[in-house]
Write a protein that binds this ligand. Structure first.
Ligand SMILES: C[S@@+](CC[C@H](N)C(=O)[O-])C[C@H]1O[C@@H](n2cnc3c(N)ncnc32)[C@H](O)[C@@H]1O
Length: 244
């Protein structure tokens, strides 16, 4: 098979174009630029290779970006999600990055797209080949598990060494969202029990979280952590949370 060489950037990593998307769920397409900005700010300080863990990993955009672009700074990659369909999609995404048969299947799936023109399909396929080729140099253990993030404390206790949590959690329920008055904890869904689990875990070096800019979450994060806003991109604000 023709395998082109060349640099890979976050722009290649797009759900539904290069990465598989869990079509049977309504998981929105997560912008790879947000993943890139979060990972970049995690690694801009010198640090020993660390375990990168996304507890709401969905299709795996953050983790695939970490795998392709930051592998030298990572000890291990862990992704968990409650939903078996999205988790399986994240697995398939790592599979085609690692195995040629799975890449060929991905290329055929793109070829079968009904709605795109041939030029676009060829460009997605070329990007997949480049990503695959690049990924052959990466030798990182990737663990994808079905777990409830509200029980993260137990899972963190079983992980050796320090962990960087980096995640795009489910957003608050729009029907109940009131930015002026704030929200009752129930409106945040699994987020608050997740934060409670994280703040009590001794091996979490940092938590990077992105959230829709129109849903101000800072007050909630500050209940548990010292919070540094890191700006934002693509309609998401990014926060670094550290233990006080
Ligand atoms: C905003 S999406 C994340 C999308 C992801 N960034 C991607 O690349 O596709 C939030 C994810 O949280 C998952 N989720 C919801 N409640 C959860 C829980 N209690 N534990 C773990 N995952 C959960 C959903 O299944 C969904 O995949």
């Amino acid at each position: 098979m023709h395998l082109p060489q060349g640099p890979v950037t976050y722009k290649y990593i797009e759900v539904g174009k290069t990465l598989y998307q869990a079509v049977s769920t309504r998981t929105p397409r997560f912008p790879p630029r947000v993943a890139y900005v979060m990972l970049n700010s995690l690694f801009e300080e010198e640090r020993e290779p660390i375990t990168v863990y996304d507890p709401f990993c969905g299709n795996g955009v953050i983790l695939c970006t970490a795998y392709l672009l930051f592998s030298q700074k990572i000890k291990k990659i862990i992704g968990t999600d409650l939903h078996p369909v999205v988790l399986e999609t994240a697995r398939r995404n790592f599979q085609w990055l690692k195995e040629q048969n799975a890449l060929e299947e991905r290329l055929r799936a793109i070829q079968a797209y009904k709605t795109e023109n041939d030029e676009l399909k060829t460009s997605y396929q070329e990007r997949c080949r480049l990503m695959f080729n690049h990924a052959q140099q990466v030798h990182l253990d990737v663990e994808l598990l079905q777990r409830d993030a509200t029980q993260i404390q137990e899972h963190l206790a079983s992980i050796d060494g320090e962990v960087a949590l980096i995640t795009d959690p489910p957003y608050a329920h729009n029907d109940h969202w009131n930015p002026r008055d704030g929200l009752k904890s129930a409106d945040f869904g699994p987020l608050e029990p997740f934060l409670q689990g994280v703040v009590e875990a001794p091996n979490v070096a940092t938590l990077l979280i992105c959230y829709r800019v129109d849903q101000p979450i800072r007050k909630l994060l500050e209940t548990y952590f010292a919070v540094t806003p890191l700006g934002g991109t693509k309609g998401r604000a990014i926060y670094r949370c550290e233990r006080r």
